[in-house]
Design a protein around this ligand. Structure first.
Ligand code: NI
Length: 160
């Protein structure tokens, strides 16, 4: 395992839509190495989640630091956003020193694959749901600063 360098704004990969992983074309072993690196990098940086493009990898993969341990999502897709929203402060490893409040769905339904390509389908609530939305945004080239209602530390980056 290796800790990878986290890329920060204005790195262009943070604005790119990550391509889906095709399990017929990749090595599960290679994917596992990347996931281990992502997980280790997330823990080392004290993050609650990390997306592959945040370490410069062009892959539709993210890891969430859930209460029960790291949750790996391959090709995640949010199928349903709850009507109920919550507002909470967020930050991002790729936007250092900046924090602000963001409104997100309280619950989401996710479809994804696990590291072996098995289908996952589950509902997430609360903080877990929030991190998933933040990380899926990363995989779609979006940053939390696109959605900030009010900055609590720092300001809207001009070069993001
Ligand atoms: Ni982030």
């Amino acid at each position: 395992m290796a800790i990878r360098k986290i890329v920060t704004i204005p790195h262009p990969i943070l604005r790119q839509v990550m391509p889906e992983i095709n399990f017929k074309q990749i090595s599960l072993e290679g994917l596992k190495k990347i996931i281990d690196d992502l997980t280790e990098t997330m823990f080392a940086a004290d993050g609650v989640g990390i997306a592959a493009n945040q370490v410069g990898l062009n892959l539709r993969v993210c890891v969430i630091n859930a209460k029960t341990g790291p949750v790996v999502l391959i090709n995640p897709k949010i199928q349903k956003f709850s009507w109920r929203k919550t507002i909470m402060e967020e930050g991002c490893l790729s936007v250092p020193g900046v924090f602000g409040t963001v409104k997100r769905a309280r619950n989401v339904t996710i479809e994804a694959q696990d590291p072996k390509g098995e289908e996952l389908n589950f509902k997430a609530n609360g903080f877990f749901a929030r991190i998933i939305q933040h990380e899926v945004d990363h995989l779609n080239g979006k940053l939390f600063t696109d959605k900030v209602i009010k900055y609590t530390q720092g300001e809207q980056p001009k070069n993001a």
